[in-house]
Design a protein around this ligand. Structure first.
Ligand SMILES: Cc1cc2nc3c(=O)[nH]c(=O)nc-3n(C[C@H](O)[C@H](O)[C@H](O)COP(=O)(O)O)c2cc1C
Length: 391
């Protein structure tokens, strides 16, 4: 059984590793987390959809934390997906760093992620914010890094969205600096392509030796190569309806990390969960929120942006598949009973996926059902250990 490592002191303790405080390195074969609780449920007008309120963020985080889920991951979004529509709910998103700091104080076990749009935040700011969240959480901070893709956000900053592959050149330099600030004992000067820093220093450094773990959600070959080289967790959206279709993608990704960079990385993916007593009831609810109450205008707009920015032709099967997923909740759909969901999660684990972050229309209802009925089945299947919180 896992126990909570108590780390009330702010100082670093020698001999401790990140696995001692950050559960993303625990021994559970299938790690679990929540995704996007810092914003509204996307793409649906269903009346019970959640608002971006602190009460909702906190309630979901406490359920996840009390059940021993490994990760609480926000989405980084400065602006939503519809032009000229300030009232549209996709604009309602909490700042990820201050949100993570609040949750760090309110939880005791889960790793609290922040997500950083690298071009909009200087490495010095991110290094210090993460070190602060790491101190508040006792070594449970993790960082998802993204290069950005939604031009509307960059227009607000008055900066250009870089050409696709350049985003990863920038991201690599940016991350090297963040990591150096987390680990270098002294001050340093940098004159690089994108940064100029004199006598740079960020203290205190994170509690986690080597800095906080890095997640990256790349899908392109350039992005995945970056992630294999630099991240602890690659967050992927594998192509294919059935987990078995994902096996080559997962194996190739891990092999690239191992053979080209001598690294073992975890691969996680995101799923949208609808759990009911029967399959029919789950499908009926899926139909309700993703067909009857679908926010077609928002979905069409986001798909146009994705198509344009990634050169994915309108009318292509790839874009159609992405649209179907996006309508359901942006990830692989897990629609069914506790039993069928547990079986699908086991199938996902069998192809080599190490972790899953989950979305629901209503997180509190969804997490309560999931933790009560699915977690015990995953424990019986040997995918997770029962969680015991230290007193
Ligand atoms: C599961 C998942 C989560 C993501 N989260 C964010 C996010 O929070 N903010 C963001 O701007 N982009 C996010 N992205 C988009 C990625 O950063 C990236 O732009 C996208 O996956 C395309 O990959 P590529 O850059 O390799 O083409 C996410 C992507 C995936 C698959």
């Amino acid at each position: 059984m896992f126990t909570l490592v108590k780390r009330m002191n702010f100082g670093r303790m020698s001999g401790m590793t990140r696995a001692d405080t950050n559960p993303i390195f625990n021994n559970n074969k299938l790690k679990l987390g929540t995704f996007c609780t810092n914003t509204v449920s996307n793409m649906t007008f269903v009346p019970e959809r959640r608002d971006a309120s602190w009460a909702n963020s906190l309630a979901a985080a406490r359920l996840a934390d009390n059940a021993g889920l490994e990760a609480i991951v926000p989405i980084a979004r400065w602006k939503g997906y519809l032009d000229g529509r300030p009232e549209h709910f996709s604009n309602d998103v909490f700042d990820v760093f201050t949100w993570a700091a609040g949750l760090a104080q309110a939880t005791r076990y889960s790793s609290i992620f922040a997500t950083s749009h690298a071009p909009t935040i200087h490495p010095l700011v991110v290094a210090k914010q993460c070190a602060t969240i790491d101190a508040i959480s006792g070594g449970r901070c993790s960082l998802n890094i993204v290069g950005g893709w939604n031009r509307r956000e960059f227009d607000m900053f008055g900066i250009n969205l870089m050409e696709h592959d350049q985003r990863y050149v920038y991201l690599e330099e940016w991350l090297q600096l963040v990591r150096r600030l987390w680990t270098d004992p002294g001050e340093f000067d940098i004159e690089s392509r994108f940064f100029r820093m004199k006598k740079a220093l960020s203290r205190p450094q994170p509690l986690q030796q080597g800095g906080v773990p890095i997640m990256n959600a790349a899908l392109s070959p350039t992005g995945m190569r970056f992630s294999a080289k630099n991240s602890d967790i690659g967050l992927i959206s594998p192509q294919g309806e059935r987990p078995e279709d994902w096996r080559p993608q997962v194996e190739n990704y891990k092999r690239m990390a191992r053979e080209e960079f001598g690294r073992e990385i975890q691969l996680w993916t995101n799923v949208a969960v609808v759990q009911r007593e029967t399959l029919e009831a789950a499908q009926a609810y899926l139909h309700r929120y993703s067909v009857e109450y679908l926010d077609v205008e928002c979905l069409d707009s986001i798909m146009r942006t994705i198509s344009m920015e990634n050169n994915i032709p309108a009318g292509s099967e790839l874009l159609a598949a992405m649209r179907r997923r996006m309508a359901v909740g942006a990830g692989h759909p897990l629609i069914g009973t506790a039993q069928s969901i547990a079986e699908e999660l086991a199938a996902i684990s069998r192809v080599g996926i190490d972790g899953i972050i989950m979305t629901w229309v209503d997180y509190v209802d969804g997490l309560e059902r999931f933790c009560r009925e699915v977690l015990p089945l995953l424990e019986q299947a040997g995918l997770r250990q029962p969680f015991a919180r230290a007193s």
